[in-house]
Design a protein. Structure first.
Lengths: 146, 166
């Protein structure tokens, strides 16, 4: 049962780049060792913090999106808490949100295709990969009709 | 002279051209005549002036509305939103309600309100960092709840301040 999480953490600004990379690699290793998978790592760069955290006014933001189980996330958080360069972190569970978004998008896709059928001047997107199977015959019909 | 007073709203107080002449002639009555004309003007005053409403704005919005207007250039419905923003649900003393503000997220079909897009969130946060109530921004309930959650997450990760401005 793999859940999808987003972990954002802030590293203090006075660590060297290579130390930062080492830290991120270590965390990724933790995830993969625990049976999870890292989807992506994003370095959002140095940003000014909205308030002072541990006497720092800016920090390096890093976003890690992972697929992991619950206990693994707990372990990851423990590591973040203990590691000295990391000054703040937040873990957000995203799989339920993703499910909801996918559902909304699917509903919206069907609705859009249905409304596009009677219009002869179809917007130039005949090979839309995201079309639902019900809409595909409608799509092929309209270029033939036009 | 008296009969003109009994018909207050009548613009045929232009008949009062007569009165003027009489006023000019009578030295003491000149003091009285302008008063009567002022009263007639007052009847029309509050109805016409939206400027009167603007004075109430500082009472409603204690924080600067500037950040909110910047982020929504595509909603030119005007900011003066009184308490009856979303409908006549309890006007609270105001006789007529503002034009209904629409939820920005519903119209623009923004599904996901992430804590990461600070620009979007800043449009719903006041100058001091407080979350703006939905009666002022016109956001619908579901989106306001998600928005609030996202703002609180952003505050935790130092993307937005808890309290700012002083």
């Amino acid at each position: 049962m793999q859940r999808f999480y987003e972990v954002m953490f802030i590293v203090r600004p006075d660590v060297a780049d290579e130390d930062l990379d080492k830290l991120i690699a270590g965390l990724e290793q933790t995830v993969t060792n625990g049976g999870g998978a890292v989807r992506s790592t994003e370095k959002l760069g140095r940003r000014k913090l909205a308030y002072t955290v541990r006497k720092f006014n800016d920090g390096n933001y890093i976003l890690l999106t992972i697929d992991a189980g619950g206990p693994l996330v707990a372990e990851l958080e423990r590591r973040l808490r203990v590691s000295e360069p990391v000054i703040k972190f937040i873990t957000v569970r995203m799989d339920e949100e993703d499910k909801r978004l996918a559902k909304v998008r699917a509903i919206r896709a069907t609705r859009k295709k249905l409304s596009a059928i009677p219009v002869p001047a179809e917007p130039p997107a005949p090979a839309e990969p995201a079309s639902t199977p019900a809409a595909a015959p409608a799509e092929t019909a309209t270029p033939a009709g036009a | 002279m008296g009969k003109h007073e009994t018909i207050p709203g009548s613009m045929p107080g232009f008949v009062s051209g007569h009165d003027f002449s009489r006023a000019v002639s009578g030295a003491k009555s000149t003091g009285l005549q302008p008063l009567r004309f002022c009263r007639i003007n007052q009847v029309h005053g509050p109805r016409s002036a939206p400027a009167g409403r603007k004075k109430e704005m500082p009472d409603e919005t204690t924080n600067a509305p500037a950040p909110r207007s910047e982020s929504r250039p595509d909603a030119p419905q005007g900011r003066p939103a009184g308490p009856g923003g979303r409908g006549p649900g309890g006007p609270g003393g105001r006789k007529f309600f503002r034009r209904r503000k629409v939820c920005k997220f519903c119209t623009e079909k923004i599904d996901a309100i992430s804590y990461r897009d600070v620009r979007l969130l800043q449009g719903f946060v006041a100058e001091r960092g407080k979350i703006v109530p939905r009666r002022l921004t016109g956001v619908c309930t579901t989106h306001q709840r998600r928005l609030a959650k996202a703002i609180k997450q952003a505050r935790n990760i130092a993307l937005l301040p808890f309290a700012a401005g002083f």
